[in-house]
Design a protein around this ligand. Sequence first.
Ligand code: GDP
Ligand code: MN
Length: 350
Amino acid sequence: DDLPASPKTNIKIEYQQLPETGYPDKINAAFITLARNSDLEKLAPTIRSVEDRFNAKFHYDWVFINDEEFTDEFKKQVRTLCSGSVIFEKIPEEYWSLPTDPSFDKRKAHNNRMKSREKMPYGGSASYRFMCRFFSGFYYRLPAISKYDYIWRVEPETTLHCDVNYDVFKYMSDNDKRYGFTISLYEFPLTIPSLWKTVQEFITLHPKFLNDNNLMDFISFDEGLTFNLCHFWTNFEIIDVNFLKSEAYTAFFDYLDKSYGFFYERWGDAPVHSIAVALFMDKSQVHYFNDIGYFHSPMHNCPIDDEIWTKNHCMCDQKFDSTFKSFSCTGRFYDVQQLEKPLGWEKFTF
Ligand code: GDP
Ligand code: MN
């Protein structure tokens, strides 16, 4: 695997080493959370929920990243909630700023951003674009993250609805799963006018990266002619870090980045990750967690299978489950993967 050169900037890493838990099969994996200091109040209940539902049994590390230094108050609060080692890392500036190449047109980026203010969520935001580009191409290059095999992304204000009584990382590792998701949706087309064209150019240049057993049918209704806007919602994401570090993904991100669509448009990390996963992975490596109850406003993954819901002490209303609703792509994922839908799924389509 080609690990891109790590940044020259000084990075401060702080470790909180906790006693070994005695759990023998622990995978080389961690949670990661990007947050601002001001997110603390909304983040604390989220950590609590992940710990109560899962991590109190397994004690995986948790890496917190920020474009600014975390405050002492933030660190103190987070440390007392996490049951594994806690790592804080500041993002180097070159991972959170405009491209510096001479061919990048700052004025165009600014003008397009101003024009998109009213047209789409976060249309006028510069920092949101930094965030999306960071999650598309840079986070996995941070030394504190690149050392892991799997990363589970957690966002402030999200909730785990159900107990997770098995080691999800080990499940992925044992079953050769490289990507796990809970919710999938259709992207706002105005955020990515030229993304698919750019992807097609990349594939034409590098056909060898296309997996023979790919998931193209999940992201396209017409065998790749157009993008159907289906994407995994990356605010929850469990991903194989070695996939991100692979030649295919790195070349893919670099190609997209050089077209400046993260700034001239408002490309999200969700369509970028999803397209890469769909095209470069074997489709058997992509896993939908029907048993991990999850909430990120306004979408729920709430197991509609009563056995799962009851056994895992879920705390969510099954009628709000998004899986088979018209705005979700997960029904299509079932079809493309030829998975058996849970009994009575038709009752949860609206
Ligand atoms: P949404 O889910 O697309 O509506 O975007 P969010 O506002 O939830 O942001 C996604 C993630 O990035 C969250 O974990 C935020 O805390 C984090 N985030 C967004 N903008 C910034 C920023 O400017 N600085 C930092 N440190 N984190 C940010
Ligand atoms: Mn969010």
